[in-house]
Design a protein around this ligand. Structure first.
Ligand SMILES: [Fe+2]
Ligand SMILES: [Fe+2]
Length: 295
């Protein structure tokens, strides 16, 4: 490529990135109710009834949260009848995450892409969520629920591309497949920015807590995360394990190695990795309600 061509290409990339930034700024905010839930859960003065009063304003959300709370995934031997009961049994963080799951799921739907099955992609996300929570519990991380949600949302930038740059993303996926490169490398080449960067901007747009943003933004490069490096390493490893295990499909079949640092942080050796994979398989069977989310 000569200088002029290189300059032109750079200008083209910059224009694309500016266009993406504009679209992210114009993204719909999370529902008011969910935004309020995120806010009150982080306030130590919030009571269980404050939280349930906020959720029950939205009937559809209430019904969906209850459906998940009563699913085999949590496996309670009795029926959780209302949100107040759900809050006291499952706790604030779980309720926040269920509300968030329900509301972001909408972002994952939309026109199907021939290169990319939404059902397989959502399954990958649910798999990474479960695996992140298993890894978090393994090392007694302070917030396994947060790890679940960060895992669920880690590839949300791909949903953005798929919905708002449908044609270009189709080309990107084909480019990754033809050149046998990872989807994030293809995104950088074709679009100019990868899904982790876009995910980070979306997390900022939605005022998600920092731990979630870190899990989303650094799931390919946990070594770049300083404040929430445990979270970043959890999601990074869960993503690789799900690809190894073939849970759903996320755009490419390239499996990168788990870094030495991640193995150290997660105390993960061959034997404990095997245990996590077995638990993942078992929990996935119980996660039907998450995999087949109602519209
Ligand atoms: Fe990713
Ligand atoms: Fe992924």
């Amino acid at each position: 490529m000569d200088n002029k061509a290189r300059e032109e290409r750079q200008k083209e990339q910059e224009e694309k990135i500016n266009k993406i930034l504009g679209r992210i700024k114009a993204l719909p905010t999370l529902s008011l109710v969910v935004a309020k839930v995120i806010q009150v859960v982080s306030n130590p003065l919030t009571s269980a009834s404050d939280l349930s009063n906020i959720i029950t304003v939205d009937q559809a959300l209430t019904a969906k949260v209850l459906r998940l709370a009563n699913s085999a995934f949590y496996g309670f031997p009795f029926r959780i009848k209302n949100i107040t009961q759900a809050v006291s049994i499952l706790g604030f963080d779980t309720i926040r995450n269920l509300a968030l799951t329900v509301s972001v799921y909408k972002v994952f739907t939309g026109e199907a892409n021939t290169e990319f099955s939404h059902a397989d992609f959502w399954k990958h996300c649910v798999g990474v969520a479960i695996c992140s929570s298993l890894l978090a519990k393994k090392i007694k991380y302070r917030s396994p629920e947060g790890a679940f949600t960060a895992g669920l949302l880690h590839d949300i930038g791909k949903s953005f591309f798929d919905q708002y740059m449908h044609k270009e993303y189709k080309d990107t996926l084909a480019y990754a497949r033809e050149n046998k490169i990872s989807i994030e490398e293809a995104e950088k080449e074709v679009i100019g920015v990868d899904h982790a960067v876009v995910g980070k901007l979306m997390a900022e747009r939605w005022n998600l807590p920092h731990e979630l943003k870190a899990g989303i933004a650094r799931h390919h490069h946990p070594e770049e995360e300083k404040e929430e490096s445990v979270m970043a390493n959890i999601v990074f490893t869960a993503n690789i394990l799900c690809k190894k295990k073939g849970v759903g499909f996320s755009g490419d079949n390239i499996i990168k190695p788990i870094s030495k640092e991640a193995r150290e942080i997660l105390a993960l050796n061959d034997e404990s990795e095997e245990k996590i994979l077995t638990a993942l398989e078992r929990e996935l069977k119980e996660a039907e309600a998450f995999i087949n989310m109602p519209q």
